[in-house]
Unconditional design. Structure first.
Length: 246
């Protein structure tokens, strides 16, 4: 699996590089210079300082950037949206060319970005000394239909390339899975599209980090964190996203 995955991604990278050479290369989204393989040139890629991103003053609960408040934003002080998530760690804000990058990655399938993003997440996880990662799972059938899922790929790179421990603890519910639940379980998960995976892990760590691409309201992450907290022995659930809205 490890080897196959690497061969496949090197082959894709090689083909893209070859194509970028004969087509004159891509232009950098930020500065407009030729960037060959990726949508950002090597200079602009350096704009993504993970250490600085981690130093931004953010709400401990929801991850929103704080201006004058300390530790918690006004909303989280009144009624925290995130109860099961111990810390929300978005890396960059979802604006300007970041929006475009996410679109190219997710919708246009520019998989060369997976390695770029995985590198950023890896740096941040290492700085925070987080070892275990849990991907937000794709809709059932998405990988079959599109050939890939961006979070799945990101987490696989984090595992095979950077050595993080990947725990696929969650699954998206399909209608067949819903049928297997009894009435009470069905009612309690009715708003939730996620369940604990049937995969059994003998030992679970005391803390782990959910990985997603963008955090909008935090409800997806909160649902996932809640399922993990209620059903496992995990004590702390963090969440890291590449981008945060607002
Ligand atoms: Zn550039
Ligand atoms: Zn907050």
């Amino acid at each position: 699996m490890n080897v196959l995955f690497k061969i496949k991604s090197y082959a894709v990278t090689f083909l893209r590089f070859f194509y970028s050479l004969i087509s004159g290369g891509e232009t950098c989204l930020v500065c407009g210079k030729t960037s060959y393989l990726t949508p950002l040139c090597s200079n602009c890629r350096k704009l993504y300082f993970v250490s600085d991103a981690l130093k931004v003053n953010r709400c401990k609960c929801c991850g929103k950037e704080l201006i004058s408040e300390k530790e918690l934003c006004m909303e989280c002080r009144d009624s925290p949206v995130l109860k099961s998530t111990d810390k929300m760690i978005p890396l960059f804000s979802y604006r300007l060319w970041n929006k475009e990058l996410l679109f190219m990655w997710k919708i246009q399938g520019l998989r060369a970005l997976s390695y770029f993003f995985a590198g950023l997440v890896s740096k941040a996880l290492k700085e925070l000394q987080i070892e275990y990662i849990v991907p937000v799972p794709p809709r059932p059938g998405k990988i079959k239909k599109n050939g890939w899922d961006q979070i799945d790929e990101l987490c696989k790179i984090l595992k095979f390339h950077y050595g993080f421990k990947l725990l696929s603890l969650l699954e998206r519910t399909s209608s067949t899975q819903q049928k297997k639940l009894n009435r009470e379980e069905r009612l309690s998960t009715i708003q939730s599209a996620y369940v604990l995976s049937e995969k059994v892990y003998e030992v679970l760590p005391s803390e782990l980090c959910i990985i997603d691409d963008v955090c909008t309201t935090g409800s997806t992450i909160e649902t996932c964190a809640h399922i993990i907290k209620v059903n496992t022995t995990v004590k702390k659930v963090y969440a890291m996203t590449l981008f945060a809205v607002g």
